[in-house]
Design a binder for this molecule. Structure first.
Ligand code: NAP
Length: 247
């Protein structure tokens, strides 16, 4: 029986670590072709070698999601190599949280550029192909912080609220093209994300919060759930958190 994953061409941004890497592993194990994008190309290549070694089909392309031309090159490479793009996972992101009064304007700009513009560039790169195919699936990664705001997390939460808004608008606009959309909002998952915090005292607090973090496979299973549904089933939102997470 088909799992509706076998043979699908899945592009993943932020595939060099954490959630993107875990999704790539599980999708590849279930027969998807995975096209990996991130800036740390050495990490992408070793993941690609591992997946190919286990019989998977994959390519790795150095991609900075703050550059539209590079995101387009990633998606174009998927289509040129494998003939189509079935799923676009806009996952790349960072979380340098701090109270607004600290005026960490460079951190604000990086979050806006990666977490919002990076998602938009992924949509822009994939949508023309999916419209033409009259099929496709765009998965955007938001956060529990896309639903709730806490002191110190205003800008990160704003970017993740933006991902929810973009996903809901996209969902309604792409109905004529038979394109599915999913926004996944994880709680604390054990990845390298806390390393992106630039303020030492905030980093320490976040490390404590992440003591209850769950493995990245939790995200990968959510991705599998959304993609594996029959084509007439559009799972639009998934929110999950560690059982022990209060926020
Ligand atoms: N872990 C959690 O608890 C959690 C919870 C909710 C939401 N999320 C979201 O999940 C997504 C993935 O994060 P993660 O937890 O897996 O963290 P992670 O381990 O730090 O991974 C982040 C990924 O994003 C990539 N990235 C960062 N800036 C990039 C850029 N300019 N261009 C291309 N790729 C870039 C990184 O690759 P390179 O550095 O190699 O470019 C890396 O692969 C993020 O959107 C994050 O906000 C995570």
């Amino acid at each position: 029986m088909s799992n509706n994953i076998q043979g699908k061409v899945v592009v993943i941004t932020g595939a060099s670590s954490g959630l993107g890497e875990a999704a790539a592993r599980l999708l590849s194990a279930q027969g998807a072709t995975v096209v990996l994008g991130a800036r740390r190309v050495d990490r992408l290549r070793s993941l690609a070698d591992e997946l190919t070694g286990s019989g998977g089909k994959t390519i790795a392309i150095a991609t900075d999601v703050t550059r539209y031309d590079q995101v387009k090159r990633l998606v174009d490479a998927a289509v040129h190599t494998y003939g189509r793009i079935d799923v676009m996972i806009n996952n790349a992101g960072l979380m340098p949280q701090s109270p607004l009064e600290r005026l960490k304007i460079d951190d604000w700009n990086r979050m806006i550029d990666v977490n919002i513009k990076g998602v938009l560039y992924g949509i822009a790169a994939a949508l023309p192909y999916m419209k033409q195919q009259k099929a496709g699936h765009i998965i955007n990664v938001s956060s529990v912080a896309g639903h709730k705001v806490r002191p110190g997390g205003a800008v990160y939460a704003a970017t993740k609220h933006a991902v929810l808004a973009l996903s809901d608008g996209l969902r309604q606009e792409v109905k004529p093209y038979n394109i599915r959309t999913t926004v996944i909002s994880p709680g604390a998952v054990a990845t390298e994300l806390p390393n992106s915090v630039t303020e030492p005292d905030i980093a320490e607090n976040i490390r404590k919060i992440y003591e209850i973090a769950i493995p990245a496979e939790s995200f990968a299973r959510a991705v599998i759930f959304a993609i594996s549904q029959p084509e007439d089933v559009d799972v639009n939102e998934i929110l999950f958190r560690p059982t022990r997470q209060e926020f």
